[in-house]
Design a protein around this ligand. Sequence first.
Ligand SMILES: [Fe+2]
Ligand SMILES: [Fe+2]
Length: 217
Amino acid sequence: MTFNDKELTELSDAVRATMSEKRFRHTKSVEEEIARMGALYLPEKIPELRAAALLHDIAKELPTEEQQEICRTNDDPDLAHAIRSPAIMHGHTASYLIPIIYPKYALPEIISAVYKHTTGAEEMSVFDKLLFLADFIEPERPWQVCQDVRRSFWDAMPDTEPERIRRLDETVLYILEFTVQYLRDKGTIPDPTTEKAAAALRREYEIRYRLKEKPND
Ligand SMILES: [Fe+2]
Ligand SMILES: [Fe+2]
């Protein structure tokens, strides 16, 4: 095990001191949700998943200017867009802060999942997808869509690994496509990374599952 319970409790206490009670409640709820998912999907990575959950929103409450400065200093590849959309910037900012503030937790998989958690990405590992999903469906989320997605994700969870992976892929794809559509309906331009992620995962999904089902079509 990479991190023991004592270390994760210390991390949790350190994170708690930097954010509001509300944000911390959400953070702990993501941690619980991802641990539950991890038991099924990545049982050998539960401590890393919990650490990623604890760290994913550490920059959410930082002032926008401070986040912009951190992203600029780190030559963020998506800088122009991150600056236009402060709401998505906090995943990037957090990924730059982890090696400085919490170096013990600066594992590539944790950094990657935290970086991608607000927008998704064209390439997402199972680890990345679990954080993205846990953030959306943790039970403290008040919105109906989050509760509906949570219910359908956990409902009659398949027994076999390939079927469980398919459930994960379908759910993440649903959230990405829902987000793009929801923003368009509101008259907001969706985040280009989210649009690209939705398109890439849709392509991957069609290849991986649909073609397998209809080899002669
Ligand atoms: Fe976030
Ligand atoms: Fe979050």
